[in-house]
Design a protein around this ligand. Structure first.
Ligand SMILES: Nc1ncnc2c1ncn2[C@@H]1O[C@H](COP(=O)(O)OP(=O)(O)OP(=O)(O)O)[C@@H](O)[C@H]1O
Length: 310
């Protein structure tokens, strides 16, 4: 359904998107997550045929975004991360304008527009001026606009950005409804929890590169290159620190205060190496009371991995 191949975008000497490869099946809700400047909007603009890639391409429903933009546009509904100025338009006129530009006959537009406004909870605003709507309402109207030609695929660039918590929940509800309508949805956010519950698959983008891809559990495993082991010793804290510091897989030993018996080891070894380390520690005579692995959640890992962002 969506096939991204070696997609690269350079602005002068700066590479905003670096050889992205990705395949998204029909009916999938795919979340693109990444810090500011990671390349999410660049990817979406290319998929929406608004920006030409420097190298590579993407296929939407089999159509090449660089060679068949007209066909691609029929298949997609695009919500950009900005909302234009529509001084003179009322809500129904705005949707009618877009419906006309997609060649939808007047009689059909009269039926579709109220249905779309109901879907995005804007029925009461049908006669309101677009520029006077709240930000959340504008985002929902933009979504209705993107749906006017009943596209199979929705490309939503941070549709919940700048919304208050209530409006975010409302937006999520609408997206769930669209998912139930079997739309393929690509959505971006720099807030991971917002996406992780809604999406079937996630891609983590950083500095224009896909650094992890899969379902939430797979992402967790891919990003968790190093774990934190918690070791408590009965005494001989200094001896324990120097023992662990000598292991090549221990990157760092954290320890607060002289009396504290807890050591936190940043560890990059395999499970087998971890077993050997524990065995050697006991043979070495260290009085180990407990050993466990610190539980981290996806958000912690994401914050750690993307802390070098813009
Ligand atoms: N027209 C342009 N000219 C030069 N650099 C650009 C241009 N557009 C984007 N960039 C740069 O490309 C990088 C990726 O930008 P992009 O907007 O795709 O990121 P993003 O992940 O969508 O970020 P955000 O979450 O802030 O919207 C950024 O460093 C940005 O400054």
């Amino acid at each position: 359904m969506i096939e991204i191949q070696n997609l690269t975008k350079r602005y002068g000497s700066f590479t905003a998107l670096d050889n992205l490869n990705l395949s998204i099946d029909k009916g999938t809700v795919f979340g693109f997550v990444g810090p500011n400047g990671a390349g999410k909007s660049t990817t979406f603009s290319i998929l929406a045929t608004l920006l030409r890639p420097s190298e590579g391409t993407a296929y939407i429903n089999g159509y090449d975004v660089t060679k068949d933009p007209k066909q691609v546009r029929k298949s997609i509904g695009y919500v950009p991360d900005f909302f234009g100025v529509y001084d003179q338009f009322k809500v129904h006129e705005y949707l009618d304008f877009y419906g006309t530009s997609y060649g939808i006959p007047s009689a059909e537009r009269k039926v579709i527009i109220p249905q779309l406004l109901e879907l995005v909870n804007l029925t009461e605003k049908i006669d309101a001026y677009v520029d006077l709507l709240s930000r959340g309402m504008k985002q929902r109207l933009c979504l209705a606009r993107a749906l006017i030609h009943d596209p199979e695929i929705l490309i939503l660039d941070e549709p919940a950005s700048g919304l208050d918590p209530r409006a975010r929940v409302e937006m999520r509800g609408i997206l769930r409804e669209l998912k139930n309508m079997d739309k393929t949805i690509i959505i971006s956010s720099h807030i991971l929890p917002e996406l992780s519950e809604l999406c079937d698959e996630l891609g983590v983008l950083e500095h224009g590169q896909l650094i992890a891809h899969g379902n939430v559990n797979q992402i967790e495993n891919q990003l968790q290159a190093q774990k934190v082991l918690l070791v408590t010793v009965k005494d001989n804290v200094e001896q324990a620190i120097s023992f662990f510091e000598n292991d090549a897989n221990v990157l760092e030993v954290d320890h607060d205060g002289e009396d504290n018996q807890l050591l936190q080891l940043s560890y990059q070894g395999t499970e087998d190496e971890q077993v050997t380390l524990l065995k050697q520690a006991i043979e070495h005579g260290l009085p180990i009371l407990t050993l466990s692995q610190k539980q981290t959640n996806l958000e912690d890992i994401f914050m750690e991995i993307t802390k070098g962002g813009e």
